[in-house]
Write a protein that binds this ligand. Sequence first.
Ligand SMILES: NC(=O)C1=CN([C@@H]2O[C@H](COP(=O)(O)OP(=O)(O)OC[C@H]3O[C@@H](n4cnc5c(N)ncnc54)[C@H](O)[C@@H]3O)[C@@H](O)[C@H]2O)C=CC1
Ligand SMILES: O=C(O)[C@@H]1CCC=N1
Length: 267
Amino acid sequence: MDFDEINRRGLVLIGCGRMGGAMLTGWLNSGIAPSSVTVSDPNADPAWAERGVRLNRQPPDNPAVLVLAVKPQMIGDVLSGLPIGPDTLLLSVAAGVTLDRYAMAFPGARIVRAMPNTPAAIGRGITAIIGNAAAGRAALEMAEALLSVVGEVVRLSDEAQMDAVTALSGSGPAYVFHMIEAMTQAGIAQGLPADLALNLARATVAGAGALAMHDDTPPAALREAVTSPGGTTAAGLAQLMDAKAGLVPLMARTVAAAADRSRELGR
Ligand SMILES: NC(=O)C1=CN([C@@H]2O[C@H](COP(=O)(O)OP(=O)(O)OC[C@H]3O[C@@H](n4cnc5c(N)ncnc54)[C@H](O)[C@@H]3O)[C@@H](O)[C@H]2O)C=CC1
Ligand SMILES: O=C(O)[C@@H]1CCC=N1
C-alpha cells in the first residue's frame, strides 16, 4: 500500500516517546512525507521538527489516521481533545486500553488496537492488530500498512487475546534483554571479564534468534542440535529445564503477571 491518503490528509501522532518515535522513524523511511505528520507531545525531541515533521502545531481537521502512543494512564487525559474527524482511523498502541473505551468516546469511529514491540525501532518488530466492528477491511489494511514498515504484523481474531500478546511479544523484548544480563553475570561468575561476557551473551542471543527465524525448524530441534549426550549443554539444561525451578514455570509466571497487569490497565 502506498501512503497517498496519509500524505494528502495527514497523520496525527499523539505521544512521540520510545514507541511513537520508533514508528515515526519507520514511516518517514517508508514514503510518508514529514510535512503530512503532526506530532503532539510536549516532550518530543525537537529533531523531529528539523526533519520537517509538524511538531506541536495545529492538527488537520479530518486526518487520515490518528495514532495514540501515550501511556495507558494518560489516555483519559488526551481523549477529550483528540482531533478525530468523521473519516479518521484511530490507531492505538496503548497497552490494556480496549476498543470499547475508545468507542465510548468516539461512537461510530473506525478504531484499530495494536500491540507492537520496541524492535520496531530497527524494522524488526512484531505487531498484533484487531479492529472494532466499524473498522472495515480498508481500516485494517491501513493499520497493517503503517505497522508493516516497522516489522511483521499479525491479525487477532478476538480482542481478549490482546492481554496475552502484550505480555508475550509487547513486553517480551525486556525478558530477552534480561536474559542477556543474566547470561553476562553468569559468565562473569565463571571468571570472564565483564566486556567479554557481555559480548558473548549478546551475540549468542542475537545469533540464536536469527537461527530460530531462519527456517521452520522447531526451537526444540535447534536446542537438541546444540545438546550432545552427556555433554556441557545437557548439564546446563538440566538446571534450566527443571520442572519446578526451571525456565518454563518461571516464564509462565512472568507472562501471567504481565497479562494480569494488561487486564488491570483495561479496567
Ligand atoms: N515501550 C514499549 O515497549 C511498548 C509500549 N507500548 C505502548 O506505547 C505507549 C507509549 O509507551 P512508550 O513509548 O514506551 O512511552 P514513553 O514514555 O516513551 O512515551 C510516551 C510519550 O507520551 C508523551 N505524552 C505524555 N503526555 C502527553 C500528552 N498529554 N499529549 C501528548 N503526548 C504526551 C510523553 O512526553 C512521551 O514522550 C504506551 O501506551 C505503551 O503501553 C506498546 C508496545 C510496546
Ligand atoms: O510495559 C508496558 O506496559 C508496555 C506495554 C508492552 C511493553 N511495554
